[in-house]
Design a protein. Structure first.
Length: 147
């Protein structure tokens, strides 16, 4: 019985740690710390928003097939911003800021879009570099990475 209790405790500890350690949930990347190997391009349907808990980001594939990695932090006061699939927007629960699928502001008080993370596509695989958020003041189509 003690052994089962110990195993359960270790498993619970791993689950807790895996939510906070980058790369603990998902594939480790040879590209360096902070790089998430999101998966093959075809895994992400056009118009989809995929959360990456370890990277604190969302991978957006827009309707045209391009990719953006958006930081989960609201640019107003830093609250975590969930994706609302029904409304097709990110809605900040703290002060009602809202952002469209590209992270552009659709409802204040946030005054600028969600920050980005660099996305690369190599050999048909999407990678997100979460080591440094990229601050932006406006959404520009050139920020979208094409396969």
């Amino acid at each position: 019985m003690r052994v089962l209790g110990g195993v359960a405790l270790l498993e619970a500890g791993w689950i807790a740690i895996s939510n906070f350690v980058p790369g603990a949930r998902g594939k480790a990347s040879p590209d360096g710390p902070g790089v998430i190997v999101a998966g093959p391009v075809e895994r992400f349907a056009p118009g989809s928003v995929t959360p990456f808990v370890a990277g604190k980001c969302y991978l957006v594939r827009d309707e045209d097939g391009g990719f953006l990695a958006l930081h989960r932090k609201c640019t107003h006061l830093g609250c975590s911003v969930p994706w609302n699939e029904t409304e097709r927007r990110f809605a900040c629960p703290c002060h009602a800021s809202a952002f469209d699928i590209h992270g552009d502001v659709v409802n204040a008080p946030a005054s600028r879009p969600l920050d980005l993370f660099a996305v690369t596509i190599r050999d048909g695989v999407v990678r997100i570099d979460t080591s440094r958020p990229i601050r932006r003041t406006v959404f520009e189509p050139g920020q979208v990475v094409r396969a």
